[in-house]
Design a protein around this ligand. Sequence first.
Ligand code: XMP
Length: 513
Amino acid sequence: MNNELVIVLDFGGQYNQLIARRVRECGVYCEVRSSKTPIDELKKLEPKGIIFTGGPNSVYDEASPHIGKEIFELGIPILGICYGAQLVAYTLGGKVETCSVSEYGKTETFYDKSCILFGAVKDLPDSDTSWMSHTDFVAQVPEGFRITAHTKNCPAAAFENKERRIYAVQFHPEVNHTAHGVEMLDSFVKNVCGCKGDWNMKNYAESVIGQIREKVGNGRALLALSGGVDSSVACALMAKAVGDRLTCVFVDHGFMRKNEGDEVEAAFKDWDLNFVRVDASERFLSKLEGVSDPETKRKTIGEEFIRVFEQEAKKIGAVDFLVQGTIYPDVIESGAGDAAVIKSHHNVGGLPDFVDFKEIIEPLRMLFKDEVRKLGTELGLPDYLVWRQPFPGPGLAIRIIGEITREKLDILRDADLIFREEIANAHLDRDINQYFAVLTDMRSVGVMGDFRTYDYTLALRGVTTSDFMTADFARIPYEVLEKVSIRIVNEVGHINRVCYDITSKPPATIEWE
Ligand code: XMP
C-alpha cells in the first residue's frame, strides 16, 4: 500500500497510540506492533524506522518485555522513548539505575543541537521543557554512543549512535507538554529514516479502495449503518470501492434526534449503492411499552436491532462480506499491542453470526478517529455526518427517564434541537465534545401568563472530554444557557423548567441512563 512505514514497537506504555498518531501527523504511515513480534515478521514489513515505546516496567524486572540484540543489526533506524531508551542502553551494554530523584512532569532539558533530532528543530532554544515520567535512568550509555541532552537529575536525557542510526530519548516527545516534541519525531522519521512524509488521506483512500475492490471482486457486501461517524465513513468507502454490490441497511429505531434519520438517508441518496432504510419505530416502541429500567431498555433495543437486521439480511440473501466500522483504537485496545486491555467494544456493528457471510471487511481498522473524519471529508460526506458527536446506540430511549412514549420523544427532539442550534450559534459546537438534552420524569409547578402549569423538567448536559471515559461538565456561558432555556420553555410544549447538569464523570456518567 505504502512503502513508507514506521513501526511503533509496544512495550506497554500508555502513550503507544499517541506516538503512532504523531508519526502519522508527520505524514508517515505508522503501525503499532507488539514487542513480541518475531524479528522476521518485522523484517518482512520493511519499515523505514522502528520506535520503542515507554513502558511501566524496569529493564531489570524479569517479567518486563525485552528485545533481542538482533534488531539493532538490521540497519533500520531505531528511536527508543523512555523505557524504550533504557532498553536500548541495557541491551547494548550500558547501565540503567534507579533515580535518586524520580522525574515526573515538565522538566527543563538541555539539548545538544549537533544531534539531528534537535538540530533540525527550528528555533529550539538551548534548554526547553520536556515531559518526563521515569523512576529508572540511564547511568551510562553503551559504547559508541554519546549523550545529546541532559536535565538536572538525568545525565542522559537523550543519546545517539549516529553511524548506527540508533537514537534514544528519556522524555516523551509525543506528549504536547514537550515543547517541539513532534518536530523532534518529524526529524527522526524524515532526517534519520529518510521518509518523504507523503502519506495523506487521499492516497490512503485510493489504496484502500483498490484493496477492497480486489478482495470483493464480483462478490456482495452488507453493512449495518447506524448513522454514526464510523459506519457512515465505512459505507462511503465501500460504496466508492464496490458501488451497488454493497447493500447498506439503516435500521431506524425511531430514537434518533430530530431529522437525523432523514439526514443519514439524504447523505447517501445519490451514491451508487443499495440503501435500505427500515422504519422500525413502531416495533421498538411496542417492545419498550411499560419499560423504565435503563438496563432493560438497553438490552431490549440491542436485541431488537439484531432481529430487524436479521430479517433484512434474509431478504437480501447470501452475502460474501460483512462490513464493520472497527477503528484502530479498538484494534489496539483489544490486544494487538502490549498495553492493558481497557474495554471490550460493543456497538451496533458487532453483529452475531446469523448472517450468512464468508468474511468480514473492516476498512477503517488502521485509522484513528480524527483520521476517519478526514477520510469522510475526503470522500465527500457532509460535515454534519463527519463531525457528528458520539450518539449512543439506544439513542433518545436512554435520554428519556422512565417509560418512553411517542409524545415524550417529540418533546425531547424539539428541545434537543434548540440546544444544539444555540450551541452552534455561539460557535461552541467544536469545543464541547458532547451535549444533549434529557427529559426527566419529574414534573413541577410553574406559571405561564396567568396560568399555573404542571409540566416536565428538562436537563441539559454538556461535557468536555478527550476519551469519554472521564469528562468535565462544560462551562457554557450563562447567556447561552439563558437563551436555550427561554427558547425551550417558550417553543416546546410541556416543559416548564430547565436545569443544567454540573456533575463531572466520575462520579456521574455522561448519559443519564
Ligand atoms: P457514559 O454514559 O458511559 O458514556 O459516560 C460514555 C460515552 O459512550 C456513549 N455511549 C454509548 N455509545 N452505545 C454506544 O455506541 C451505547 O450503548 C452507549 N452508551 C453510552 C455516550 O454517549 C458517551 O459518549
